[in-house]
Design a protein around this ligand. Structure first.
Ligand SMILES: [Zn+2]
Length: 499
């Protein structure tokens, strides 16, 4: 609305539709906007413009504001958010920058965690935020869609007055159909998880078995013959490691095992990449390959071959998530030998550096002890993904503000442990969880910081959110400040090492 004074809180209060949130007030090209909090805790959009035309396409209730201005009270629904993205392209997710650190904050609580994520990143300039980040698996578990996650993210970013750029990550896409769905919902980062096509038999096969397995490698899909591959991939590679060049020796056996293990996965990733490129157009998306959820670690030689064959197939990676040595369990710090991790990680980071993409750290929640070495070895060209830790912060808010509900949630999750643990790499022992009888309300939050209890709550997230969300959301809304502050402080600890 060039030429006129921006609307103030008082102007928006005159809409008579809830209390405008001061930080949410912003000026778009032709529209002044605020998010208002209603008495029942819901949010609405308040829009003002100089012409009906600028407000066309939004559904809502009109207001005469005087001085030639028109107003509209609009719900924060999918159609209005879509219209907003079309009149204000700066609200659309962007392709993430190639260089520097980025942080992925998955939110399983209707976008409420995004508020604290954005506030934490506002304190660490230079770190790019990936706020809508959800896998198909997570969405199925909690009854959300690529679209609803994207909408919830934008609604919360508007509410906290976020003005930067952000990316939306179609996480752990397993099929081409998954990627197409996320593309239609506006996502700009595509994380391809070809894990179902990884052949772990490669790790233990004998030499004879390996020869047979080599016959099953989809050579045409890799656009190389078996002979050419075996001739060219047994080699010495010089890696640009942090403390000087480092040699990576790939033996004939390494080359055989790597292509048996990952050949099919590489061909699958390349076909997903080409499909997304066809939909989005060159340069309009970023692509990650993730094999972090496979049975065995990815060796540096395997990582090199994986990346090299993808490059040969024309895939331009933004990032790659290997499966590291040691254990990246959900919701707790790194488990394993840190020195061994450091040695291995230095090579993984050097391979990524050689090809010019970022290492992506999945299950990044709470891996605080290894963040400094990750930051150092990657020179902060790194992507860190988290999700579970934010859900646990939400539960901590509930433990503080609604202790009885928290007790119920905890016992429910505890009862599900045996079933839930089957799908994750986790090691919690229910017997190690302190008894809850006699525990005072003020002590409940400590359960969130007891390793076993924390992990039990973590892996049950799908069941817990399906069963309790109707009762959890109002607590998070009513105690938004507490929730936002806990989130900000905790996520700040995650991003600070990369700033
Ligand atoms: Zn992952």
């Amino acid at each position: 609305m060039t030429g006129s004074a921006p609307l103030t809180v008082d102007d928006f209060a005159n809409f008579g539709a809830g209390i405008p949130i001061p930080v949410s007030i912003r000026r778009l090209e032709q529209i002044d906007l605020a998010v208002a909090r209603m008495e029942d805790g819901c949010r609405q959009l308040l829009l003002a413009a100089r012409s009906d035309e600028a407000l066309s396409g939004f559904a809502g209730e009109g207001r005469e504001l005087g001085a030639g201005r028109r107003g509209l009270v609009a719900s924060l629904d999918a159609a209005n958010l879509d219209r907003l993205r079309s009149v204000a392209p700066e609200l659309r997710p962007v392709v993430p920058p190639k260089e520097g650190a980025s942080f992925g904050g998955g939110c399983r609580m209707n976008g409420t965690a995004t508020r604290g994520h954005a506030q934490a990143l506002a304190r660490t300039p230079g770190i790019h935020g990936v706020y809508a980040q959800q896998s198909v698996r997570e969405n199925t578990r909690i009854g959300r869609t690529a679209r609803s996650v994207h909408d919830d993210t934008l609604a919360n970013l508007l509410e906290v007055g976020f003005t930067g750029t952000f990316t939306a990550d179609a996480d752990h896409n397993k099929t081409i159909e998954d990627a197409a769905t996320y593309h239609a919902a506006g996502y700009t980062l595509f994380t391809c998880d070809p894990g179902d096509h990884v052949d772990d038999r490669a790790d233990t096969a004998t030499a004879t078995e390996l020869e047979e397995l080599l016959d099953d490698v989809p050579w045409p899909g890799l656009e190389i013959t078996r002979g050419d591959y075996l001739r060219s991939y047994e080699q010495k590679v010089t890696l640009p490691a942090l403390d000087g060049a480092q040699e990576l020796n790939i033996s004939a056996e390494d080359a055989r095992r790597a292509v048996v293990k990952y050949g099919r996965a590489i061909a699958h990733a390349a076909s997903m990449y080409r499909h997304v490129a066809g939909l989005a157009g060159a340069g309009a998306f970023a692509f990650e390959a993730s094999v972090d959820e496979t049975e065995n670690p990815t060796s540096p030689a395997e990582h090199y071959i994986f990346a090299s064959l993808l490059k040969h197939l024309g895939v331009e990676l933004w990032s790659l998530a290997p499966r590291f040595v040691g254990r990246f369990e959900k919701g707790i710090d790194f488990v394993g030998n840190v020195d061994q991790f450091r040695t291995d990680f230095a090579l993984q980071a050097a391979v990524a550096h050689l090809f010019g993409y970022k290492v992506s750290i999945h299950s990044g929640s709470d891996k605080l002890s290894v963040y400094p070495l990750i930051a150092e070895q990657t020179r902060c060209d790194v992507h860190v993904k988290t999700a579970g830790t934010s859900y646990l912060i939400a539960l901590e808010t509930v433990a503080l503000e609604a202790p009885d509900l928290f007790r119920e949630v905890f016992e429910f999750g505890y009862g599900l442990w045996e079933e839930a643990r089957a799908t994750y790499h986790v090691s919690a022992e229910p017997a190690a969880v302190p008894p809850r009888e006699g525990m005072r309300d003020e002590e409940l939050r400590l359960l969130l910081w007891q390793r076993d209890a924390r992990q039990i709550l973590h892996v049950a997230f799908g069941h817990i959110l399906r069963e309790f969300s109707d009762r959890l959301w109002p607590v998070l809304r009513a105690h938004e400040r507490v929730h936002d502050d806990l989130m900000l402080a905790h996520i700040y600890r995650h991003v600070r090492p990369f700033a």
